[in-house]
Structure formats: structure tokens, C-alpha cells
Design a protein. Structure first.
Length: 94
């Protein structure tokens, strides 16, 4: 299952806190078929019925079926820039 770094956990919680119903919200990742492909991230109020849910210290990430399969053994990381922007990256588990 996808794991989150501490930085990604913080970023997801910060992003989800902007939602009106933050308690159930999170970041949803839609897959593109391979780890090298681009993924679509969106901020949502909750998971779709078929989504896998990854939760870490209150950060919730929802994965569609393609993303769940492709990212099964990966790590989601994040970097924050000085202006509040977030860039997510997917890496392999150590």
C-alpha cells in the first residue's frame, strides 16, 4: 500500500483543512497506468465508493483502482516552496 512521508502527511492535512467538511476530505489520486506516468490529484470531500483509502496521522489519500495498483509499493513525498505551493512526488520504498 502507498505510504506517506511526514512532509506529504503535513501537506495533505493542510490542503484538506481548506475544505468545508475537512474531517472526511483529502487528496484523491487517479492513476495513469504506470509509475512513470502523470497522476491527477484533486482535493475532495471524501472517497469514491471504489477508492482505496490511505490514512496517516489524520491525512487521507484516496486512490482510484488504477492508482492503488500502480502505487502499491510506492511512497508519496511532498516539498513546500516559500510561497505555499506544494509539489508531490512518488518514489520507491526503501
Amino acid at each position: 500500500m502507498l505510504t506517506l512521508t511526514e512532509e506529504a502527511t503535513t501537506a495533505v492535512k493542510t490542503i484538506a483543512a481548506q475544505l468545508p467538511d475537512a474531517a472526511q476530505g483529502g487528496v484523491r489520486i487517479e492513476g495513469a497506468g504506470s509509475p512513470e506516468s502523470q497522476f491527477r490529484l484533486s482535493v475532495v470531500d471524501g472517497p469514491e465508493p471504489e477508492d482505496a483509502v490511505v490514512e496517516n496521522s489524520g491525512a487521507r489519500v484516496f486512490l482510484d483502482a488504477d492508482a492503488a495498483q500502480v502505487l502499491d509499493d510506492r511512497v508519496l513525498d511532498a516539498q513546500l516552496d516559500g510561497q505555499g505551493s506544494v509539489q508531490f512526488a512518488v518514489t520507491t520504498q526503501a
